[in-house]
Design a protein around this ligand. Structure first.
Ligand SMILES: Nc1ncnc2c1ncn2[C@@H]1O[C@H](COP(=O)(O)OP(=O)(O)OP(=O)(O)O)[C@@H](O)[C@H]1O
Ligand SMILES: [Mg+2]
Length: 572
């Protein structure tokens, strides 16, 4: 069978799953374990090894072992393995190949398609690198989905009938994601995501390591920060200590023969209390208030609007993290999903949706957002003076995806024959302060006075979170502008949904109407006008058959009318 699998390619651990009889099923690896360390190594025989086997040799052969490669995805830095340099996506492809191999053996069938999860806050280049890793592993990546969205799907499958606002706090080995979404009748509507790609359990380990190294230095006057082997051993013990402190108030750490002091071996021995550990990581966790605030503000919600908080990722087991979230949101987080497996289970559900394995009452829909502001650098005029390096936004952050945005720009000098389009991602007004994504040149603009020739720039951000940019010289006639008709003006009293039950998407349409009514009841008509447009566009995308589009458009018109009517009433 042409099955699609779900894969969580994590910083520390990775998992693979499929949808079986309507439920996610996590496939055990060759060792019978559901969780595989994201480690790649070279065996004594020079063979690539993955998972526990590679993780186990880290101490003995650090130069033949790679961990945490996810942190390098999409970057230019390579990793060395057995003296050979590899791109991060190649290393990731070994992990994927291993997981796929386990699945093939377990299921006894060929697998060549998968859904892979990435942190919501992964950039375009990081996503592309992930797709590439899939290709290198010989599979087609059918969809890239955001990890918190996957976790929400796992929760959503069991709570189809609920209507609530969720906040997902996902803190793993290397990344933090805070996502706010609304769930209603099987539709998971992601409102906003905010995060930090460089924060996770590894940073807590590092803090604890630095602390112990300092203590050791104070005790013995010895600096071991250059001793790779000692550091490796310390790192292992530090992670164990951190995990133990999630359960216990203190932990005794002992590393025999840690270093040589004046020719004599000395041990590193220390009792670390939970309180001391919390003091070391407190500022890192407290700083995530920023991501919570941004996600809430972008979702236009405040803390009391959140009905449920879901914790995902191994690092959310730290009691301080749980307390912090409870204080930040005034509500205690729930352990309603498995923090280790929710993401891969959600990936399997998404794979099942793509495979048409979920239908009827279990029909889940997800929408997602682009968490970044995207745009180009332009020449702007401020008070009549030209200002270079201004950032012109095409896609504001947290817009629902997929999205296509197009803007026209004029030439800035007479007889300008070419224009360079520089693409950035970020929140700064000055383009160069943002992340530079890439550039391209448009040439052969017909000579004309400044401003006469127009250049169309279009940004298309797809469901995988991958951006396509296009520029068109308008006068050379390659493209015309598309204008969207505003809706009709006829007044309708009530939405007539008779006969809708027979439509394949009846449930979805009805859910929209229910939502509309709820928002109208709450007096949020104006807000709803915007909201509804985006909702309908989400449902249209690839989910609705042609003959249904007409019904959907009628619905949109009718809802619009009702809203306008209500707004007029409010004004009067
Ligand atoms: N009980 C625990 N207490 C504290 N930290 C823990 C505990 N269990 C696991 N961790 C930490 O959680 C991290 C791994 O979490 P997880 O497997 O969710 O991350 P990941 O999916 O690999 O990373 P990411 O999602 O960031 O790519 C590690 O840093 C690990 O030390
Ligand atoms: Mg994870």
């Amino acid at each position: 069978m042409d099955r699609i699998l779900g894969i969580d390619l994590g910083t520390s651990t990775s998992e693979i799953a499929l949808l079986k009889d309507g439920q996610p099923f996590v496939i055990p690896n060759h060792l019978g374990e559901h969780i595989t360390p994201s480690a790649v190594g070279l065996s004594d025989a020079g063979k690539i090894i993955v998972g526990k086997e590679a993780r186990d040799q880290l101490l003995l052969k650090p130069e033949d072992t790679v961990i945490e490669v996810k942190r390098l995805m999409g970057g230019v830095e390579t990793v060395s393995l057995g003296g050979k340099e590899y791109q991060p996506q190649q290393i990731s492809s070994f992990i994927l190949s291993y997981l796929l191999d386990c699945a093939r053996k377990y299921l006894d069938e060929d697998i060549d398609r998968a859904v892979i999860t990435v942190p919501a806050y992964f950039s375009d280049t990081q996503r592309r690198a992930t797709v590439e890793a899939g290709k290198m592993a010989g599979i087609k990546v059918e969809r890239i989905i955001n990890e918190p969205t996957a976790a929400a799907l796992d929760y959503g499958l069991e709570h189809m009938e609920d209507c609530q606002n969720l906040l997902i706090y996902d803190l793993g080995g290397g990344t933090l994601d805070v996502t706010v979404l609304e769930m209603f009748e099987g539709i998971l509507d992601v409102k906003a995501s905010s995060g930090n790609n460089k924060l996770g359990g590894k940073d807590f380990d590092r803090r604890l390591m630095d602390y112990l190294l300092k203590r050791f230095h104070a005790q013995y006057g010895l600096d071991v920060s250059e001793d790779k082997r000692a550091l490796m051993r310390l790192r292992e013990e530090v992670e164990k200590c951190k995990i133990a402190l999630s359960q216990h108030q203190e932990h005794h750490l002992l590393i025999p023969f840690f270093a040589d002091v004046e020719g004599k071996p000395v041990s590193l021995e220390e009792t670390v209390t939970r309180e001391a550990f919390e003091g070391l990581i407190k500022d890192l966790i407290d700083a995530t208030q920023k991501q919570i605030d941004t996600a809430l503000a972008d979702a236009r919600l405040s803390a009391p609007d959140i009905d449920l908080i879901l914790l995902v990722g191994g690092s959310t087991r730290i009691p301080y993290v749980q307390n912090f979230i409870e204080n930040a949101l005034g509500k205690s987080p729930q352990s309603l999903v498995d923090p280790d497996l929710a993401v891969v289970r959600g990936a399997a559900i998404q794979a099942g949706i793509l495979n048409d394995q979920l239908y009827g009452e279990n029909d889940l829909i997800i929408t997602d957002v682009c968490p970044y502001t995207l745009g180009i650098s332009v020449l702007d005029y401020v008070g009549g003076f030209p200002v270079t390096d201004a950032f012109d936004v095409l896609i504001p952050r947290n817009v629902t995806i997929p999205v296509v945005k197009e803007k026209a720009y004029g030439t800035v000098v007479d007889d300008q024959t070419e224009v360079e389009i520089n693409v950035y991602q970020g929140e700064y007004k000055k383009a160069s302060h943002n992340n530079f994504l890439g550039k391209f040149l448009l040439q052969d603009i017909p000579p004309a006075p400044a401003g006469q020739e127009k250049i169309n720039v279009s940004f298309a951000y797809d469901v995988n979170g991958i951006l396509q940019i296009e520029g068109t010289i308008v006068s050379s006639g390659e493209r015309a502008n598309l204008s969207i008709e505003t809706t009709g003006v006829e007044m309708v009293e009530e939405i007539d949904t008779e006969g809708w039950d027979k439509l394949p998407n009846a449930r979805r349409f009805k859910a929209i109407i229910r939502k509309a009514n709820r928002m109208l009841d709450n007096g949020k008509a104006g807000y709803y006008a915007v909201e509804m447009e985006s909702l309908i566009s989400k449902i249209k995308v690839g989910l609705v058959q042609d003959e249904e589009l007409e019904t959907l458009n009628e619905l949109k018109d009718e809802l619009h009318d009702i809203i306008y009517e209500m707004m007029e009433e409010t004004d009067a």
